[in-house]
Structure formats: C-alpha cells, structure tokens
Design a protein. Structure first.
Length: 665
C-alpha cells in the first residue's frame, strides 16, 4: 500500500501530462511543458493546496509578496488624519507674484535608443494575463492561457508567484523542484528559505546560485566619525555599563539635565563607559538639550566632547555651533561652523550644511566677504539641500545635464547573450518592473565592472529606477555623474486615477522612502514605493467610503501611490500648503508636526524650524526630500521658485501647481 502511495504522484503526472500535451500541442519541448504545468499549479512532484484569495484587488494587479526590511524604520506615524481628504493640485511657493503657476515643460528625453525586446507582442500579452491570473489564484484559467505561450523565458518567475503567494501553502516537493531548475533567478533566496522551513527529514535541495544580492559599491564618507564602541573592553563590566546607560537615558527623557551632566563629568563614568561610548552618550544628551531649548547647556556639553574626545567629533562641533547661533553668539558660531567645514571631507553630510550656517553667522556679523566665501564652499555640493540653497543665494541658476550614457553595441550584444538580462528585459516588457529590478540585482555580480555605464543606459531604457539609481551612485564614486540615473523617475508607475498632485513631489518622496523598490517593507511595517503604513491606508480609504483591502495591496505601485497621493492632499489641507510641514508630517505624523509648530512656529525661519526638529531621521528626511524635489522640478519645469524662496528665508508656500498629465504624453 505504501509503495502504491509513493507511485501516485507519478501516475497523476502521466494522466495530466497526456491531457496537457493534447491541449498545448506537440511542438513544445517536454521540459517546457513540465515547467508550464508547474506554473499552473499542477502537482508534478507534489501538490499545493490554494487558500482563499479574499482581499486581493478586483483588477488582479500585482500584489507583491517580497518584504525586504529597510535599514532605518521611520518614526511611527501618529494621530489619525482628520475625516476629510480631497484631490487637487499641491501648493508650492511664490517668490514674487502670489499664486504664480509653474507650467509643465517638455522634459528632455533621456534614452534615445529604441527599447530592447526579447518577447513577441503575443507573448507579452500572454504573460501579462498569466501573472494577473496567477496572483488571483485562478489555476484553471492559467492552464488554458498557457496554450498560447511561445517562449518559456519567465516560467521561473511565474511559478514563483504561485509558490510565494501569501494565500498559498507550497509543498516542499514543489519548492525543491523550483530550486533544481531556477536557483540562479531572483526569487531563489525566498524559495530557498521557504524550502528550509518545510524540508522533511532526509530531503535536500539546491542552494541559490546568486551573487552578493547588492549592487552598491559606494561608501559612507562619514563612517569613520560614527561610534564604533570600545573594542574588547566592552566585555568587561557589561551589565554595570548597561545600567549606567539606562540611567543616563532616564535622566535625558525626564529632562533632568543637571543630574546627567554631573554623572557624565565623573572620571569613573568615563572609565566605565570608555571614551567612544562616553562621547556618544554625551552628544545624545547635548542634542536633547538643544531640542529642549537649553542652548547654553548643550553648548557646554558638546564643547567638552570636542575638547576631550580621542577622535574627531563633527556632531559635537555641529551642536556647539548651532547652540551658539541660537544664543546669538555669532562669533562663536562662525568659529565652530568654520572648524567643522575644515574637519570633514567635502563629501560629508556636514560639509555644505556647516558652510551654509557659517555664511549665515558671518552675515549676521556683517562680514559679507567671509559669508560669500563659505556660500561658495557650500555650493560645491550642488545636489544637496544646502548646496542648492547656496547656489541660489549666490544667484546661480541650477544647471543639470540629463544626458544618459550610450548603450554600446558591443555591450548590447553581450548583455543579450546573458539569460538573466533577457529575463530583465522580458519582465520590463510585461510591466513587471519591480521583478525586473530584482533580477538585475541578482545578476549584477557576474557582469563585468566596465559595463556599468551600459547597464545604466539599459536600466533607464527599461524604466528601472531602483537599479538606475544604484548604478549611477556607483559611477559617481568613479567621478562619472549621471543625474538622469541619480534622480530617475518611472514612466510606468502612476497612482490609481492618475496624478492629482505634483509628480515631482511624488518622485522626490519615493526616492527617499523606498529608493524605487515596490516590495520593500520597513521594520515599522511601512510598505511599498511610498512606504505607507497599513493603518494609514485603512484610514484614508475609510474616509473616502472605500472598503479595506489586504495590506499586500500596498506593494502594488498604483494602489500605493494612490493612497499616498490622497494622504498628501490631506496634509496639504492640514498645514496650509506649507511644504516643509507636509513633508515632515509624511515622515513623522501630523501630530508631531503640530507639536513642533506650537513650540517653534512663532519663528519666521524655515531653516531654523527644520534644524530644530527633534527627530534626527525627520530632519534629514525633510532636507533630502526638498533637495530631491528641487532637482526633479528642474527636470520637469526648468526651475522651482521654492528654492529661491528658502534661500531668502521664506516658507515654501502658495504657488499654484498645474495638474500634470503623463510626462511623455
């Protein structure tokens, strides 16, 4: 009896195979037919029982299931939105005329060559239908549709959609079979992890044949300034040290700054913590003091860190300088900002920032020539927030070249010979750009180093913004700057119902939130291109009278962008068209922003407001999104009045944006 049960899958396979051969035809290779059957959910080496597909979107669009955590989770969004959301154009800033409208110019075409194609038009449509049916778990229709397929190039991905579907429990034998055929394809890591969980005793399966899984070849210019701990000494007195740090944290949170300062001033505390940890704890205290408006105390603590630390402390110099500026001690502020500029390399995140504030301090001292010197230094890093502000303050119009490197013919031929690149092109043809990006990342390690420019050209042609950005950053490390790659946009991804707010703002946020990865998920649970929290999505849909959907829908670009666009419209109404408040609210929640406005809103100084945000992530986020926005608007419109407004210390508000249609339309 046991032997009969063992043979049952093979008997079923023979019966189904005969049926399938008559349906599909005899002109397809046997290996292809087996792959197609597996894709359809037919149990060749086991069975996968589908579970209810409730919660999937009615239109059957992609509901991705890959969930890679981001490096840094955003602060939890707080306070549910008020029960009012409407569409309409986002407001930006006017520098001369109120309600000045920016008009959409024709953006420069970034890719002149015709798109590469590896699938026929009929297979493109067939694969689109198959992926849609597979994600809705419509197995019968998948089997019927397979009959019209000519090229099995994407069968590995199609099968993976079934095996990794959140409503499917894939059998181990199916996972094992997939790995035996497709272990060099992008889903291999997830399939392998799932196979490890479901592996019966005595069974084995292939390991993924992938590279390093990352395309990043660039470093952090500020890495050497970050706290690295205290080496082997950390093992000694670990519990005592931990209790000491908890005690210091408690004092900080309670605002008991005198007690924290007294404890840190003891030599026994420094001996216990070690120099690096002691410096780090001191700077956390100084930052908390700065946020609480205790500028003199913050300056005292940070000065001591700078004076006593064993290594350079740019954060200490920054806090000391900014605290002095807030006390109107402009001589001391200028001195510390100047010292910081000369401490860090030009690529550091502190460089343009410190140079800009040194210029402001010298301006307050009526030393215009020195102010101009430091504005010029800040302007050298033209892509950064403060670099662009400095250029505008100096009267320079932003000039960016959107040229794309050519896809060399010799590289084109070599790339087309690579099966992985053919899959990338095919996935792009059928609109699966997120999967295409995954596939290119998986293949990157085996592609020659000198082909990065051609790969960038290919990525831009295929509308793969995530890989475009990483490749462009790699090339920038080699002193080859391609703004079109560093600041890509998608011609494919659009919100449900189209854009009702500025596309430049959407892409500026998207670049910072997800780096154009549609399946990314943060540790806090934010999902997709615009990193929307599922609870936020539910609130937005409820306020619009729409039913809730599965959280996995947020990994679908059009749905994710639609929810985000509606939420931005709410934030626009909440904060009276103030872009700084809107962007901060998107990251930290509108409740937090309302607190900061109540505390600092009386100051008519947008830059002081930004630098006084108590969340380090949100401070950096606002600056990066605004810098992104200025560059994207340069591409779409040729200029952005919000840049000159902020350079002249005005809030970015009250420019009527035109409603945009398709960029390439």
């Amino acid at each position: 009896m046991a032997r009969s049960l063992e043979l049952l899958p093979n008997i079923l396979y023979t019966i189904i195979m005969d049926n399938f051969t008559r349906t599909v035809g005899k002109n397809m290779k046997k290996t292809t037919r087996i792959a197609l059957m597996t894709a359809a959910g037919v149990a060749v080496f086991g069975s996968a029982v589908p579970v209810s597909a409730s919660g999937l979107l009615d239109d059957g669009g992609p509901v991705f299931r890959r969930v890679s955590p981001m490096e840094n989770a955003r602060p939890q969004q707080t306070n549910a939105p008020a029960p009012k959301i409407s569409g309409g154009p986002i407001q930006a800033v006017s520098t001369s005329k109120p309600k000045e409208a920016m008009t959409l110019k024709s953006p420069p075409k970034m890719a002149a060559e015709g798109p590469l194609r590896v699938l026929s038009d009929s297979d493109v449509q067939t694969y689109k239908d198959l992926f849609k049916l597979q994600r809705n778990l419509n197995r019968t229709a998948v089997v019927q549709k397979l009959a019209g397929l000519q090229d099995d190039l994407l069968m590995g991905h199609l099968i993976a959609e079934r095996l990794l579907h959140p409503s499917t429990v894939a059998a181990y034998d199916d996972l094992q079979d997939w790995l035996s055929k497709y272990s060099d394809q992008a889903p291999a890591d997830e399939i392998y992890a799932l196979a490890n969980k479901r592996r019966p005793r005595g069974k084995t399966h292939e390991s993924p044949k992938l590279g390093s899984r990352t395309m990043s070849k660039y470093g952090d210019p500020d890495a050497k300034y970050k706290n690295r701990g205290n080496g082997e000494g950390d093992i000694v007195n670990a519990q005592t040290r931990r209790r000491m740090l908890i005690r210091l944290q408690t004092y900080r949170k309670r605002g008991e700054f005198d007690k924290a300062m007294a404890l840190l001033a003891k030599s026994t505390t420094k001996d216990l913590l070690g120099s690096e940890t002691h410096a780090s704890a001191s700077l956390k205290l100084a930052r908390t003091m700065l946020d609480a408006g205790q500028f003199k105390m913050a300056e005292t603590v940070s000065d001591r860190v700078v004076r006593e630390a064993d290594s350079a402390q740019p954060e200490g110099l920054w806090i000391s300088a900014f605290a002095a500026y807030r006390q109107n001690h402009f001589d001391d502020a200028a001195s510390s900002f100047r010292r910081l500029v000369y401490t860090v390399p030009p690529q550091s995140r502190y460089y343009a920032r410190a140079a800009w504030w040194a210029a402001r301090a010298y301006e307050q001292l009526d030393r215009q020539s020195m102010s101009r010197v430091f504005l010029t230094m800040a302007s050298h890093d033209r892509n950064t927030f403060y670099g662009q502000l400095a250029q505008s303050k100096l009267g320079k119009d932003p000039e960016f070249s959107w040229v794309v490197p050519p896809l060399k013919e010799i590289d084109r031929k070599r790339l087309l010979e690579d099966p992985a690149i053919r899959r990338v092109i095919a996935l792009s043809q059928i609109g699966e750009n997120g999967l295409a990006q995954d596939e290119l990342k998986a293949a990157y390690d085996r592609i020659p180093y000198d082909m990065d420019e051609s790969l960038l050209a290919l990525s831009i042609q295929l509308d793969l913004p995530a890989t475009s950005m990483v490749l462009a950053r790699n090339l920038k490390e080699r002193n080859k700057e391609y703004i079109a790659g560093l600041y890509p946009y998608s011609r494919t991804w659009k919100p449900n119902g189209g854009f009702t707010i500025d596309q430049a703002l959407m892409f500026a946020i998207m670049r910072q939130e997800s780096a154009f990865n549609p399946a990314i998920r943060s540790h806090a649970g934010a999902m997709g291109l615009m990193q929307v929290m599922p609870d936020t999505a539910d609130h937005v849909r409820a306020m619009q009278g729409k039913p809730a959907v599965s959280k996995w829908a947020l990994n679908r670009p059009s749905f994710n962008m639609g929810v985000s666009q509606d939420y931005l419209s709410y934030l626009r109404e909440e904060f009276g068209d103030n872009l700084i408040h809107m962007i901060a609210g998107y990251n930290a929640g509108p409740g937090n922003v309302r607190k900061w406005i109540a505390r600092n809103g009386a100051e008519d100084d947008p830059l002081l407001f930004i630098e006084s945000i108590p969340f380090e992530e949100t401070r950096s986020y606002v600056m990066r999104v605004m810098a992104n926005l200025w560059i994207y608007r340069t591409y779409f419109y040729g200029k952005d009045p919000t840049l000159s407004a902020m350079a002249n210390n005005k809030w970015p508000t009250q420019v009527a944006m035109v409603k945009l249609t398709d960029i390439d339309g």
